[in-house]
Design a protein around this ligand. Structure first.
Ligand SMILES: Nc1ncnc2c1ncn2[C@@H]1O[C@H](COP(=O)(O)OP(=O)(O)OP(=O)(O)O)[C@@H](O)[C@H]1O
Length: 603
């Protein structure tokens, strides 16, 4: 039709019509159109299985050939028609034609109710690993549902099971009416593939949580916790360990893993809220003990004076001895170039005053409400990775350890190794300055009133009283050293740790731990201990035992604050370990309380 119309237009000499007429009459375009028609025709048809017709045809041909003269060609043709490869070719064609490779689904039942819930069939291969999901029974409906899916576990990695999915069957066994324990025993018995038939939860919770890192402030043993929904899914941890919280959807049970093993699947831990509740219950179940605060700590030292009176004579003699010891100690300190280096803060009167205060104080839960309440308030402490900027002040180094373990020996050796880098804070005292002393070198000499004001305004990290005089380490003295660009190294009673843990000082706390008693018997043969009444006494067996007991108590009570533990066995080795720990604290990233860093960014 188009060609006819075009031929009419050609006669009227319309511009370009000749060219279009020639194009449409061209052979190649005609051929293309024919091919298109053929394909359209073929698309409408489906390939038909050929084997039945081919077999009948082959039988007919073979019959005909039987009557024909039996020449070589005829025999060859008969053999070909019966050949297996020809049969295989025909059957392959038929497989494709009949689409045998597609799964054959059973016909849908005719009478499906409209409100029928969609079911999902989930197959998981167990491979000897736990499923990583917990189940529970709905109190009212009795439905067994997936309670939670553990992060990183098998169920979580499959992406097929979600909290809230309702179980219908497990390995073909209907779960309706079963107790969760019965379902668990079915799961426990099944090996290899487990098949769940379930009704998926309608509104899956969208997780928009950010990962949180915390320092555990208490030990936790899930196997001893009757409240945990699934003890096997619990994550045991010790105080001081850093945990990565990956799920806080449940108000009572969080999911976490240890940063020391982030590849492991998460486990259940009590939430902050739950742990606080437990601690409060524990706290209130304890018999009432009056809380003595800062003020009463001074009072307690006054009471001590009476106790000291019994050995007054003895103490007096020691006072003389240790004052001369102080001098000896100072003279022993030499810097890297052999010059005498004065190292403040090794005053034995200061150490004795501290020890006496500690001996008179009841154990922490009854004594220092500040630290205990704050532990109650924060069973986990949020932490962040912090690396000190080279231009920032150095972090304060705090050494903690039981009396006689070698805290001062190690500190003295560290400072003497490089006095230009390390320094201790100059303590404050209310005692009278001696003729050979210089204010701000051995001590800062202040009045009792000034000292007490410093205590009440929380400017003392720790303090104590000895022979009627107060001794203490102030925050300002530490800051002075840090402001000079040096690394301030102090030793502290563990009760003072909380006061020192501020974003301003960012302390790095090293616990000096005694080695075993049998090792100390060997290494401490020539060592000298300072007691309340004797200076330079040889270590006795009970001193070693006391050191071990005291170290255990310190770890149990304050272990969560220790950034590093050094066992002081061989002195050279412990000194080397201390040096590298101190440098690590300044130069390498460490976990620190998040509040230290947040408060830095606040105006
Ligand atoms: N690893 C060690 N091997 C042998 N002797 C040691 C070791 N560490 C410390 N000493 C010695 O043990 C004695 C006590 O050490 P140091 O005075 O440092 O104890 P301390 O922890 O500061 O306790 P305190 O404050 O009660 O004196 C000293 O004579 C010291 O030289």
């Amino acid at each position: 039709l188009v060609l006819q119309e075009l031929s009419l237009l050609c006669k009227r000499d319309v511009n370009g019509v000749g060219m279009l007429y020639d194009l449409l009459r061209s052979r190649w375009l005609q051929a293309l159109l024919k091919m298109y028609e053929c394909l359209q025709l073929y698309l409408g048809k489906r390939p038909v299985p050929v084997t039945p017709q081919a077999r009948a045809l082959a039988r007919e041909v073979v019959e005909l050939l039987r009557e024909a003269p039996q020449s070589g060609e005829v025999k060859e043709l008969r053999r070909l028609l019966r050949a297996p490869h020809l049969k295989a070719l025909l059957s392959a064609h038929d497989t494709v034609a009949q689409k045998d490779f597609e799964p054959t689904l059973p016909p849908l039942p005719d009478n499906i109710p409209e409100n029928e819930e969609a079911m999902r069939i989930v197959c998981l291969v167990k491979n000897n690993q736990p499923l990583g999901a917990t189940i529970k029974r709905h109190e009212i409906t009795g439905d067994i549902t997936v309670a939670r899916v553990i992060h990183g576990g098998l169920a979580d990695r499959s992406g097929l099971l979600y909290a809230g999915d309702k179980l219908v069957e497990v390995n073909g066994v209907p779960v309706e009416g079963l107790e969760p324990e019965q379902v668990i025993s079915i799961l426990a018995l099944s090996q290899g593939t487990i098949m769940f038939k379930l009704i998926p939860v309608s509104d899956r919770p969208v997780s928009n949580q950010t990962t949180l890192y915390v320092r555990a402030m208490a030990d936790y043993w899930p196997l001893q916790d009757p409240a945990i929904p699934c003890a096997d899914a619990g994550l045991p941890f010790k105080k001081g360990e850093i945990l990565q919280i990956v799920d806080q959807n449940d108000a009572l049970w969080w999911q976490a893993r240890k940063v020391s093993d982030l590849s492991a699947c998460a486990g259940l831990i009590p939430s902050n809220h739950l742990l606080k509740r437990k601690q409060r219950e524990f706290w209130w179940s304890q018999p009432f003990q009056p809380h003595l605060c800062l003020k009463s700590s001074i009072l307690s030292t006054v009471e001590e004076e009476d106790d000291m009176q019994i050995d007054e004579k003895c103490v007096e003699t020691d006072e003389e001895t240790f004052e001369s010891e102080e001098l000896k100690e100072e003279e022993e300190e030499f810097g890297e170039f052999g010059h005498r280096v004065f190292i403040a803060g090794f005053r034995r009167s200061m150490r004795l005053s501290r020890r006496k205060s500690r001996a008179a104080q009841p154990p922490c839960p009854a004594r220092c409400p500040g630290s205990c309440y704050s532990t109650l308030a924060a069973p986990y402490e949020e932490v962040v990775r912090y690396q000190r900027h080279p231009a920032d002040r150095n972090r304060l180094i705090i050494l903690v350890g039981p009396a006689g373990v070698g805290v001062n020996e190690l500190r003295r050796r560290l400072i003497a190794s490089n006095p230009r880098e390390f320094r201790s804070a100059v303590p404050h005292t209310t005692r009278v300055q001696k003729s050979y002393e210089m204010n701000g070198r051995e001590y800062h000499y202040v009045s009792k009133e000034t000292f007490e004001n410093m205590v009440y305004s929380h400017r003392m990290l720790e303090y104590g009283e000895y022979k009627g005089y107060l001794y203490g380490t102030s925050i300002d003295a530490v800051r002075t050293v840090l402001d000079e660009g040096k690394i301030c190294v102090i030793d502290l009673e563990p009760q003072g740790i909380q006061a020192a843990r501020t974003h301003d000082l960012k302390p790095y706390i090293i616990f000096i731990k005694p080695s075993s008693i049998s090792c100390m018997r060997q290494t401490r043969k020539n060592a000298r201990i300072i007691t309340d009444y004797y200076v330079n006494m040889k270590f006795k067996e009970e001193d070693l035992q006391e050191m071990e007991d005291s170290a255990k108590k310190m770890e149990a009570q304050f272990g969560q604050f220790f950034d590093q533990v050094i066992v002081n066995d061989d002195l050279q080795e412990a000194s080397a370990q201390l040096l590298s720990a101190v440098h690590r604290a300044q130069d390498e990233p460490q976990w620190v309380p998040a509040i230290w860093i947040c408060s830095e960014t606040q105006p």
